[in-house]
Ligand binder design. Structure first.
Ligand code: SAM
Ligand code: SF4
Length: 319
């Protein structure tokens, strides 16, 4: 059974990153279709019993959900030992970091695609770099560490900033993770020639800051490197397109509307919300989950002629 669960808490977002959603947003879910806090807790409790050890809250943008701290507290109460984290664009972290830490959140991953104000604004369609960097500081002050910074790299846009991001890692002690652009943008503008292979970025960084592979504590999608000179921080590479890691992937997902997915790229989902709202007991839900996990496929086929895009884009699935 998978050990790493990603739960999308909401499909809405206060940013409009070009590689994720269109400027006008998407047709949002009706509020009643989104899982309530107690429903998220019930599914998480069941999955923890089945072996989940890490829960990551995501979206859409999870911090725009008004009851986020309440959800965190309910999940923390399931088991004090699970690794409970949040992926966020960081825009609201300056005021939320403290309350979330108090509710029991362990750490955050903050997305930041450029350290240049104009490019950040161009990529996210929000002039918000300063606020996001303030969010990183607030997360550090609230001890939501180790902090990870997610940077989606798009050819011809931010790919020349790899060394600047490595400097950010060295300065703040964060793990900066470079993510290859995946064909999960709602606009369907993805093309292979806009994917910058992780190997290229790593070479650029190594020319300035020699790297050494970090010790791996658990299988994870990012290949992580530390700085050979012993500086703090690290860089990680999520090479979903050029070096897929499907063989070792142990992630499962629940969307904001309660659909269970065994892969980011899955074209099929298993409805858990419907059965849950019509009286299914935990045994029924467990059977649905086990069947879905057993059907997990060998791997996606990005770049091949038979690749099929999932019916929903990244923010609807929960990245
Ligand atoms: N809104 C939060 C955020 O941006 O961190 C959480 C949800 S977002 C969908 C999760 C992660 O997916 C972010 O790091 C984002 O940059 C990444 N992402 C979104 N669209 C992507 C794409 N087409 N390819 C690769 N990563 C993508
Ligand atoms: Fe929003 Fe995150 Fe998608 Fe950007 S990547 S539009 S912040 S959900």
């Amino acid at each position: 059974m998978a050990t790493d669960l990603r739960v999308s808490l909401i499909d809405r977002c206060n940013f409009r990153c070009t590689y994720c959603m269109p400027a006008e947003g998407l047709p949002w879910l009706a509020r009643d279709d989104v899982l309530r806090a107690e429903e998220v807790e019930r599914l998480a409790r069941l999955l923890v019993r089945l072996g989940v050890r890490e829960i990551k809250l995501t979206g859409g943008e999870p911090t725009v959900r008004p009851d986020l701290a309440f959800v965190v507290a309910r999940l923390r109460a399931i088991d004090p030992e699970i690794d409970l984290s949040l992926t966020t664009n960081g825009y609201l972290l300056d005021r939320l970091a403290g309350p979330l830490a108090e509710a029991g959140l362990d750490r955050v991953t903050i997305s930041c695609d450029s350290l240049l104000r104009h490019r950040f604004a161009e990529m996210t369609r929000r002039d918000a770099l300063d606020r996001v960097l303030a969010g990183v500081d607030a997360a550090r002050a609230a001890d939501l560490t180790p902090i990870k910074v997610n940077c989606v790299v798009i050819g011809g846009t931010n790919d020349r900033e790899a060394v600047a991001f490595a400097e950010l890692a060295r300065r703040t002690g964060a793990e900066v993770r470079f993510i290859e652009f995946m064909p999960l943008d709602a606009d369907e503008r993805w093309s292979g020639d806009r994917v910058v292979p992780s190997a290229t970025l790593r070479r650029r960084i190594e020319a300035v800051f020699p790297l050494r592979p970090a010790d791996r504590l658990a299988p994870q999608p990012a290949q992580v490197y530390r700085f050979a000179d012993g500086a703090p921080g690290s860089v990680g590479f999520v090479s979903s397109v050029t070096e897929p890691f499907c063989d070792t992937c142990n992630r499962i997902r629940i969307t904001a509307d309660g659909q269970f997915r065994s892969c980011l790229f899955a074209t099929e989902e298993t409805d858990l919300r419907g059965p849950m709202r019509s009286g299914a007991d935990d045994g029924d839900l467990e059977r649905l989950i086990r069947t879905a996990v057993a059907g997990k496929w060998a791997g996606h086929r990005i770049g091949r002629a038979d690749f099929v895009r999932p019916g929903r884009s990244m923010s609807m699935i929960g990245g």
